[in-house]
Each structure stands twice: as structure tokens, then as C-alpha cells.
Design a protein around this ligand. Structure first.
Ligand SMILES: Nc1ncnc2c1ncn2[C@@H]1O[C@H](COP(=O)(O)OP(=O)(O)OP(=O)(O)O)[C@@H](O)[C@H]1O
Length: 342
């Protein structure tokens, strides 16, 4: 038997607090069991119908039962209160999607500023910090996450559910894995945003600490609808130092403000040029513009990534998390995780 089977068996031995004679697996309180290589087990526990004390007792019972299974080093339980919860029920600790604790949008006011590069490297850096991470490439105009992660082919379906691909320690789904890359598809606004919301809600992500969503660039209807429907816990805005990009970054910040999504901060990408030959840094577009803009808007400045040919080459080859910029992304990941309470 696998560790997952043993975990399920252990859960089946926990009595349901409401339905006498039945266990918590039989009544459907458990879902999304994942077992990681380091022995961490994650699962979703529905505590609807229970008051705070009963929910805490059940959580403790599950922790003890699963913790006793051979091969389990750590147990992570995500509580959900899906069905109408009574007064005093615990506040949900996850995002609006059961099984996904936090959702972070990576956005930019305009295209081509390196939003996808940042989203992929941020996701990989978060995973290196021990978090279970998913990445949704919601960029309908130019989905680049498959290339950036070195993923080929279409997404698999199992039991009618889309299966994210595993790469570089994260799970990923992309619009580019839905269609023939050679065929252009024309999405009408509402169609695109509802397809994307379904990819968050219906795909088989398992239990995630955080889902990073690489948003479509810009601040139009699709972006606004997505931000409204996905209700991210926070947004990271990517900008280059040029004035025009900064005006768009301001628009993107305002758009998230409109739908009450906190902006976690701004990253200045292509900030200065790192000469691959002499290592000298020059500044064709200036630098520091995004930092000043962040200050003016009262949002955090998360860091700057220079124009680095090594980063572009690694990105094109599907090898994120390499080279001199890995440290910058690790710092951004720590700041972002901290600000959403991960
Ligand atoms: N800091 C950087 N140094 C060097 N090249 C970079 C850097 N950031 C991004 N690039 C390169 O710039 C190009 C555009 O980057 P990316 O696809 O991430 O941008 P985007 O904002 O997501 O674009 P889109 O408008 O398609 O969404 C890619 O070739 C990428 O490798």
C-alpha cells in the first residue's frame, strides 16, 4: 500500500462528529490528499456544521491519526467550511477555492515587460521555500509558461478533470496547453474569463499553499473580470523603468484597488543592463522609476531584476530559477509569502 492509501485508511478510522457510526471519509469531509517526497501530507478537511471547538477537536484528531502513519513527517490541514457554516465556525484559512490557500496574481499594465518571466521565477522560488505551488498561465494573448517551464503537449484529462503538469517543483496549467499552439484562437472577453476561472476551480490542483496566476497583460475587461472573479489575496505588478510602462503600472494598481485586491508590491524588471562580457551595469532606460512610483502610490517595492541575457537564455530553454537573478526572486518570494500570511 502507498503512504496515500495508509493515510486514507487512517482517516477512515476517525469518527464523524455529527453522523454517528460513520467516519469522516465516508461522509466526504476529506479531499485532495497529497503526499510529498519529504513526507509532508496535505489534505482538505471540511468542518461545516461544526462549531469552532468541535472543528478544532476534529482537526487535532486528524493530525494525530495521519501523523502516526509510517512515512509521514508533517501534516498540513486546510479547513474549509463549504456548506453553510453556523455561527462561531472557524474563519476559512484558504482562498475562495477549496484546497488552494492563497491566490496571487502577477500582472502588468502592458505587454512584454517580463510578467511571465517574473511569474514563473516567483512560483519556483516559492516552491524552493517549501510551499506547494501551482502556476496558472492566464495569458490568453501569448501563453509562454509552457516554454518557460519546458512543458510540451496538451494538458491531460483524468476523470474529466484537467491535470496540471509537474515541472521544476511546481504544478502548472496554461492556455497554451489547451489548444493547438499553431492555431490562433480568438477569445471573446466573457468566454476567456470563464474558461480561466474554470481552470482555477475545476482543475485537479490537489492541495496548494499558493496558486500564482500569470494574468493577461493590460487593464481591460478580461483582466478586471478575472480579478473580480478569482478574488486573489494579492497582486504583484511588474513594470519596466520607462515612464510609459509606469503609467500602465499605475493603471494596473488602480484596477486591483477597484476590486479590493491588495497590491503586494511592484517589481522593476529590465532595470539596467548587465553586460555578459564585462559584468558592467548600464542603464539604457534609467532605473529606480518603479521604486519611486511604488512610493508615490504607497505600495511596497519588491525588488529590481536587470536585463540579463543569461535570464533570457535560461527562460527560452525552460530552465527557471537559475543564475544570478535567483537570489532576487528568492527575496521577492519571501516578501510576497509574508504579506499574504504564508
Ligand atoms: N530581466 C530580463 N532580462 C532579459 N530578458 C528578459 C528579462 N525579463 C524578460 N525577458 C525576456 O523578455 C521577453 C518577454 O518576457 P515575458 O514573456 O516574460 O513578458 P510578458 O510581459 O509576460 O509578455 P506578454 O506581453 O507576452 O505577456 C522574453 O523573451 C523574456 O525572456
Amino acid at each position: 500500500m502507498s503512504v496515500k492509501d495508509d493515510v486514507t485508511a487512517a482517516l477512515s478510522a476517525v469518527a464523524d462528529p455529527l453522523e454517528a457510526g460513520r467516519d469522516i471519509v465516508a461522509v466526504g469531509r476529506t479531499a485532495g490528499i497529497v503526499v510529498k517526497n519529504d513526507g509532508t501530507v496535505g489534505l482538505v478537511l471540511a468542518v461545516d456544521g461544526l462549531d469552532k471547538a468541535a472543528a478544532e477537536r476534529l482537526q487535532a484528531a486528524v493530525e494525530v491519526a495521519v501523523g502516526r502513519v509510517a512515512g509521514v513527517a508533517q501534516v498540513r490541514i486546510i479547513l474549509t467550511a463549504d456548506r453553510a457554516s453556523g455561527e462561531g465556525a472557524p474563519a476559512p484559512t484558504q482562498s475562495a477555492v477549496p484546497g488552494i490557500r492563497k491566490l496571487i496574481a502577477v500582472a502588468s499594465g502592458k505587454g512584454g515587460v517580463g510578467k511571465s518571466t517574473v511569474a514563473v521565477n516567483l512560483a519556483v522560488a516559492l516552491a524552493r521555500q517549501g510551499l506547494a505551488v501551482g502556476l496558472l498561465d492566464a495569458d490568453i494573448y501569448g501563453p509562454s509558461v509552457p516554454t518557460l517551464l519546458g512543458i510540451e503537449g496538451r494538458a491531460a484529462l483524468s476523470d474529466g478533470r484537467l491535470q496540471p503538469a509537474a515541472a521544476h517543483g511546481i504544478k502548472a496549467l496554461s492556455m497554451g496547453m489547451m489548444t493547438d499552439p499553431k492555431k490562433a484562437i480568438i477569445w471573446r472577453g466573457p468566454m476567456a474569463s470563464s474558461a480561466l476561472v474554470q481552470m482555477v476551480e475545476k482543475a485537479d490542483w490537489g492541495v496548494l499553499d499558493v496558486l500564482v496566476v500569470d494574468m493577461p497583460p493590460g487593464t481591460g475587461d478580461i483582466q478586471l473580470t478575472l480579478a473580480q472573479k478569482l478574488k486573489p489575496d494579492g497582486a504583484v505588478i511588474v513594470s519596466t523603468p520607462q515612464d510609459l510602462a509606469l503609467i500602465d503600472a499605475r493603471r494596473a494598481t488602480a484596477m486591483f484597488g477597484e476590486v479590493n485586491v491588495p497590491v503586494l508590491g511592484i517589481i522593476e524588471n529590465m532595470s539596467g543592463y548587465l553586460c555578459p562580457h564585462c559584468g558592467e551595469a548600464s542603464e539604457p532606460f534609467g532605473h529606480g522609476g518603479a521604486e519611486a512610483e511604488a512610493k508615490a502610490m504607497g505600495v511596497a517595492f519588491l525588488g529590481r531584476v536587470p536585463l540579463d541575457i543569461a535570464l533570457r537564455l535560461a527562460s527560452d530553454a525552460g530552465r527557471p530559477g537559475e543564475g544570478a537573478q535567483a537570489e532576487v526572486f528568492a527575496g521577492v518570494a519571501r516578501a510576497v509569502a509574508g504579506s499574504v500570511g504564508l
